[in-house]
Structures are given as C-alpha cells and as structure tokens.
Write a protein that binds this ligand. Structure first.
Ligand SMILES: [Zn+2]
Length: 56
C-alpha cells in the first residue's frame, strides 16, 4: 500500500517528513485530524479555521 499514498500526511509514518509537511498548516484532515500546509497531503482536507493556526 505504501508508495502511491505516501504523500498523504495521514499515512506518513516518517515523523521528519510529516513535520515538514505539517509546518505552517493551512488545512486539516476532517477524517483523521492531521494538519498540513498542502491539502494534497490529506485524505479529507478542510480549511483550518482562523485562529487554529500555529503561532499567532
Ligand atoms: Zn486523513
């Protein structure tokens, strides 16, 4: 199963890669709750509500 879906943050088990993809997140996964910068990294991407972002 790995390979094709490896770019889905939800499926990533490499924490370094997951961390890089989830830096400055703009979307979150409504399916599993992961957050990411690129909605393509999530299986069910939803826009992050303002105020839920990291930092300010
Ligand atoms: Zn997901």
């Amino acid at each position: 199963m790995k390979g094709r879906i490896y770019d889905k943050l939800c499926m990533i088990d490499d924490t370094a890669r997951a961390s890089a993809l989830s830096a400055d997140p703009t979307v979150f996964c409504s399916h599993c709750g992961a957050s990411a910068y690129d909605e393509g990294s999530l299986c069910e991407p939803e826009p992050l509500p303002q105020g839920a972002r990291k930092g300010q």
